[in-house]
Design a protein around this ligand. Structure first.
Ligand code: FMN
Length: 220
């Protein structure tokens, strides 16, 4: 599969078989990920490959816990439910949609490892550059995985349980985890987007501006 087909066919996969991923594939994916552009060649990044069964399970629990918080925060509460009941709904929903994460073959944890190369007063710009580089790295990884028939999904649910994750993986204080992903063979490839998301997808022509802001392809 070439890069264009892999980009077209990459989909967020949230259900995996327990077929293991070969170590050679894992190494190749990490190397391809780390060929992404990196501001000033700073390489302010890293990847934790989690294969140990006990650690994998703990990562899954952290993602499910964070997901429960996220769903309760982002989805409106049903009328007449208490805060407590809504929280319980978030937990139940996270179990339903993320419970299978307890069996994923591998977790790939994307790290932002600050190198402090910019002058101190430019720390914010440096963090932005580092964050963008980690994003490119994760995208390389996800597209390459797709080309190999492997599924991924960019995940940030751990943001709501970040202390547990950092402690589990022994990450230094200043190392951040912008995104992580399960990796494995999908039980099936999602065909297109779910209708709820398809509905809100903006036509690409409305997002491309000709020469200056506002003059979009959708207007011509
Ligand atoms: C920054 C970012 C954060 C995301 N966080 C999550 C997440 O925590 N959990 C999840 O299931 N999907 C997450 N996604 C996946 C998006 O929901 C998904 O990419 C989007 O719905 C489009 O679907 P597609 O990836 O199949 O094209 C995230 C995507 C991005 C870019």
């Amino acid at each position: 599969m070439d890069a264009i087909e892999a980009i077209r066919k990459r989909r967020s996969v949230r259900s995996y078989t327990d077929q293991p991923v070969a170590d050679a594939d894992l190494d190749e994916l990490c190397r391809l990920a780390l060929l992404a552009p990196t501001g000033g060649m700073s390489q302010s990044w890293g990847i934790v490959v989690v294969k140990d069964p006990e650690t994998k399970l703990k990562v899954a629990e952290i993602v499910i816990d964070g997901g429960a918080e996220y769903f309760a925060m982002m989805r409106p509460a049903q009328e007449g439910t208490t805060a407590e009941e809504h929280k319980a709904w978030g937990r139940e929903y996270a179990e339903q949609v993320l419970g299978s994460y307890r069996h994923v073959p591998v977790w790939l944890v994307g790290l932002l490892v600050p190198r402090h190369l910019f002058p101190p007063e430019e720390a914010e710009n440096e963090r932005t550059a580092d964050m963008i580089s980690v994003g490119f790295m994760m995208e390389n990884l996800m597209v390459a995985a797709r080309a190999k028939g492997l599924g991924t999904v960019p995940t940030v649910f751990h943001w709501w349980a970040i202390d547990e994750l950092k402690s589990l993986l022994g990450l230094p204080d200043d190392v951040e985890v912008p995104a992580l992903t399960p990796l494995g063979y999908p039980t099936e490839w999602p065909q297109g987007l779910p209708p709820r998301l398809q509905e809100i997808r903006r036509p690409w022509q409305s997002l491309v501006h000709e020469d200056r802001w506002g003059n979009t392809r959708a207007d011509s």
